[in-house]
Design a protein around this ligand. Structure first.
Ligand SMILES: Cc1cc2nc3c(=O)[nH]c(=O)nc-3n(C[C@H](O)[C@H](O)[C@H](O)COP(=O)(O)OP(=O)(O)OC[C@H]3O[C@@H](n4cnc5c(N)ncnc54)[C@H](O)[C@@H]3O)c2cc1C
Ligand code: SF4
Length: 353
């Protein structure tokens, strides 16, 4: 029996927007989330302010959650996982486990919005000593500190006087097999550099980069204010290792503009870790039989290569960072498109019955 329901897997920004859009289009959505809470990575990792409008992440995500809560066209299931999947467009059968109990659903279309995870900086770049030196942290560790207005060196609880960001950790790295650019980390590091200067005006902040990749409005809304107003120092260079020197960190590498070796001491080093497919994205892609790209993200593009939400399986769409590195605007735009496409295919399937 054909179903008019659209199943959305993952309730991060993309899944929330997909559910809201399906409902707004007059469709019926079932929103599935494996965690107890909605809101995705910005909620789980407790982001501080969001680019590029500088709003508190918690406010933005709360608004998105409110838009799906108590909506009669959206059924939300948390602590829910897919166990089996079969059927075809208009008529998929999904076996679930919700709060430990089995359930079966009939749905007409699916939107996969299972997102990303951060690159583990201990995995292959041990030269940065993330798991050895407490004052080597990641962008996400710093987001939490900024949110609490408590940017300190974990080793001694004191505010840092010198902070360095190292860009492209786990991205654009052929040795790791992650040749792609993670898109958001140049903007996020620059945003965090501004927030550090706002919260700790005496701290000096350095960003070591291969090349800065700001796209769209991030260039004039983040990058230039960071340099001109907040005096963040951008240094074109490659950092090869981080060592301990007394109670400071010694970062060693090459200043590529000057073409000479470089050694500087810092109080706090922030690794700009990139985006990889989440474990959920990999697992759901396999269970639903979706083609993945060499990095494990769900391959989007469809037959002509220009449909950013089509997957290799008819009636199954992808939205947000499950298809590759994406900022919030990208994630929300693709979710709206996926919702429109999913509602259209279920209506078409129903009309044929
Ligand atoms: C440090 C950092 C800071 C950032 N700051 C900004 C910023 O300021 N501005 C900006 O525009 N972007 C920012 N981003 C990017 C932003 O986080 C992403 O664009 C956004 O989270 C992608 O949303 P998503 O819904 O696709 O994925 P996610 O947010 O990863 O959500 C995916 C959801 O799916 C769920 N899920 C996974 N697998 C399953 C499963 N099998 N079953 C059910 N549920 C599942 C997860 O639990 C999660 O809730 C930042 C990224 C990083 C790394
Ligand atoms: S956005 Fe910047 S830091 Fe992130 S991978 Fe691309 S170039 Fe590197």
């Amino acid at each position: 029996m054909a179903s008019d329901k659209v199943l959305i897997i993952g309730a991060g920004p993309a899944g929330l927007e997909a559910a809201r859009s399906v409902a707004e289009l007059g469709g019926e959505a079932i929103l599935l989330e494996q965690r107890e809470r909605l809101g995705g990575t910005p909620d789980r990792e407790r982001y501080a302010k969001l680019t590029h409008h500088w709003r508190d992440a918690s406010d933005v995500i709360e608004e998105m959650i409110q838009a799906v809560s108590n909506n009669p066209r959206i059924e939300v299931k948390t602590q829910a996982e897919i166990k089996a999947f079969s059927g075809s467009v208009g008529n998929f059968e999904v076996q679930l486990e919700v709060d430990g109990a089995p359930e079966t659903l009939q749905v007409g279309a699916v939107i996969v919005a299972t997102g990303f995870q951060h690159f583990d900086p201990g995995r292959a770049t041990q030269s940065y000593n993330y798991y050895t030196f407490p004052d080597v942290i990641t962008l996400t560790d710093l987001e939490k500190m900024l949110r609490e207005h408590n940017v300190v060196r974990p080793s001694n609880g004191q505010p840092p006087k010198k902070v360095a960001f190292i860009q492209c950790v786990g991205s654009r790295d052929r040795r790791l097999g992650n040749e792609y650019c993670s898109k958001v980390c140049c903007g996020v590091a620059s945003k965090q550099a501004i927030e550090i200067r706002q919260q700790l005006p005496d701290a000096r902040v350095f960003i070591f980069y291969i090349d800065m990749r700001m796209y769209g409005y991030w260039e004039n809304e983040i990058y230039w204010p960071a340099q001109e107003k907040y005096k963040v120092n951008y240094v074109k260079g490659v950092i090869s290792e981080i060592l301990q020197k007394g109670d400071q960190l010694l970062i060693r590498g090459e200043d590529t503009t000057m073409g000479r070796p470089m050694e500087v001491t810092m109080d706090l080093v922030v690794l700009s870790v990139g985006m990889e497919p989440s474990a959920g994205t990999r697992a759901v892609a396999q269970m639903l039989g979706l083609r993945q790209n060499p990095y494990g993200f769900i391959e989007a593009g469809g037959a002509g290569g220009v449909d950013p939400v089509a997957t290799s399986r008819e009636g199954v769409f992808v939205a947000g960072a499950a298809a590759g590195p994406a900022d919030l605007n990208d994630s929300i735009s693709s979710a709206g498109l996926a919702a429109a496409r999913a509602v259209a295919v279920v209506r078409k399937a129903l009309a044929l019955v």
